[in-house]
Design a protein around this ligand. Structure first.
Ligand code: FAD
Length: 468
């Protein structure tokens, strides 16, 4: 093993092979502090060629590799197991913006660029890269692509897969595949890019990407709307699509308890409505017309929805600070829930038409089995994506409640499956949902996935134990 580590040091420099426990610590701990792995070493290459050299060494010595970007993943995909036999290959030093091609509306980047770094670089040339997540200051584009991340603008622009035109990947035997093509059309056989996207580091290491850029909208209109049922929220979504077309950018659902937890734990954010409502919708339009046209469009939507009795009340943000306050309320839900205590989380997606029935049916099942459970339901309703989280009846009961995690997961995931949904909408499978995957994917699908894995990574060194 010493020989392997010495060869790694010669490849990337001794100071970039981290062996010391303290130096390794941040790479070993999962974001939500649920698990900690062990590693033989943390390797920090700075270039694609160095990644390729390290992978070749790992292949020769049969050392498993866990690729890591910002380590903000939520399914225990970016840390190794506790055996201490794997290396973590951190991409953080591959952080160069390689090229901006304005005429082609593309940006070529290293995989370790932070999402926020990309957003800023693109903003400087007056364009938009629309991927946006609450973790954008810490997560990397390589991680975003490897998890096919979603976020708040999927409704209009699609998820990470739809925002990527080309990839550069180091394969499991250490070869570099240069697929950095900025083409909108390329029907030349199997789509390797789409296989690596969402593969969570189990098929190869993404080292570079060509991303799609968009014109930057000139103005935004934001509203928080109170609503009495999910059914009405779904009808409002259909109406918003009809009336606002492509300007509809975000459509987020927030249930009453989610908002109350934010007000309890983050009193600095202003209440928008004096009167509580069972649900709220945070809606955003972005457009290219005048500000007045955009405001008119949101006002027309709200008055039509009022006339149709779909909504109870609505507050249109009159300033950037009011719009920011609305977004802060939405984006603080996870942190507020964490401050309230441990809880059981589900990141699911459903056909939008099935969401109201799913929530009603599943809430009843959980409340019957675990009376007093508090349902924290929020998410990207416009994409059919719910964060369907369950908190214990009181703040002090979380330890006992977590003992029921498997039973609650079973209820939620079985119901999700029954309603035609997916047990992972945007966070991936990692190590956390591996068992669940085998329950809900058909044998044919699993067999095809295993065949892909063994074709790309015959020695099973790429993030073993994740997904499959
Ligand atoms: P990591 O956590 O380091 O890795 C994630 C997975 O990708 C691992 O399996 C890892 O092995 C693999 N990987 C990383 N880099 C590479 C690479 N270069 N090549 C191959 N494999 C690689 N996710 C959403 O989709 N939508 C959200 O709205 C959202 N909000 C979040 C909010 C918060 C506060 C937090 C903490 C997380 C949120 N996430 C969200 C989850 C997370 O931020 C995303 O999954 C993100 O895309 C992970 O990027 P990362 O660089 O941190 O990847």
């Amino acid at each position: 093993m010493q020989n392997f580590l010495n060869l790694c040091k010669s490849a990337i420099g001794e100071e970039y092979v981290l062996l010391d426990e303290d130096q390794q610590a941040p790479y070993l701990q999962d974001w939500r502090q649920r698990a900690r792995g062990n590693a033989l070493a943390v390797l920090r290459p700075a270039e694609t060629e160095q990644v390729a050299q390290l992978v070749k060494l790992c292949t020769t010595f049969k050392i498993p590799i866990v690729a890591q970007g910002g380590n903000t993943g939520l399914v225990l995909g970016s840390i190794p197991d506790q055996s201490g036999t794997a290396v973590i290959l951190s991409l953080q030093r591959l952080n160069k913006i390689r090229q901006i091609d304005i005429a082609n509306s593309t940006l070529t980047v290293d995989a370790g660029c932070l999402l926020q770094q990309i957003q800023v670089a693109v903003d400087e040339v007056d364009m938009l890269f629309p991927l946006s997540l609450a973790s954008e200051g810490s997560c990397t584009i390589g991680g975003n692509l490897s998890t096919n991340a979603g976020g708040t603008a999927v409704l209009r622009y699609g998820n990470a897969r739809e925002l990527c035109l080309g990839l550069e990947v180091v394969t499991a035997n250490g070869e570099i595949w240069n697929g950095l093509r900025g083409l909108r059309k390329d029907n030349t056989g199997y789509d390797l890019r789409d296989l690596f996207i969402g593969a969570e580091g189990t098929l190869g290491i993404i080292t570079g990407a060509v991303l799609k850029l968009f014109p930057k909208p000139r103005n935004f209109a934001t509203a928080l709307i109170s609503i009495d049922s999910i059914l009405h929220a779904v009808d409002l979504l259909s109406l918003a699509k009809q009336l606002c077309h492509a300007n509809l950018t975000s459509f987020e659902l927030i249930n009453h308890l989610s908002l109350e937890l934010v007000h309890k734990h983050f009193p600095q954010y202003q209440r928008v409505f004096a009167k509580a409502s069972p649900f709220y919708v945070l809606l955003e339009l972005s457009g290219f017309g005048t500000e007045e046209q955009n405001t008119q469009q949101i006002e027309d939507l709200i008055s039509t929805a009022m006339e149709a009795d779909l909504i109870v009340d609505a507050a249109i943000a009159n300033s950037i600070s009011q719009a920011n306050n609305c977004w802060a309320l939405r984006e603080s839900i996870s942190s507020a829930q964490a401050k309230e205590g441990k809880n059981i989380k589900h990141d699911i997606s459903l056909p939008i038409s099935a969401i109201a029935d799913f929530v009603k049916d599943t809430n009843i099942r959980i409340e019957n089995a675990f009376p007093g459970s508090r349902m924290v339901t929020f998410g990207h309703l416009g994409d059919g994506n719910l964060h369907f989280n369950v908190s214990p009846p009181t703040q002090s009961e979380h330890e006992n409640f977590l003992a029921h995690q498997a039973e609650i997961n079973r209820i939620v995931h079985d119901k999700t499956h029954q309603y035609g949904g997916s047990i992972s909408a945007e966070h991936g499978i990692g190590a956390l949902k591996k068992q669940e995957l085998t329950r809900y994917k058909s044998p044919v699908e699993l067999q095809l996935m295993r065949a892909i894995k063994s074709a790309f990574d015959p020695d099973n060194i790429m993030n073993p134990g994740k997904i499959l």
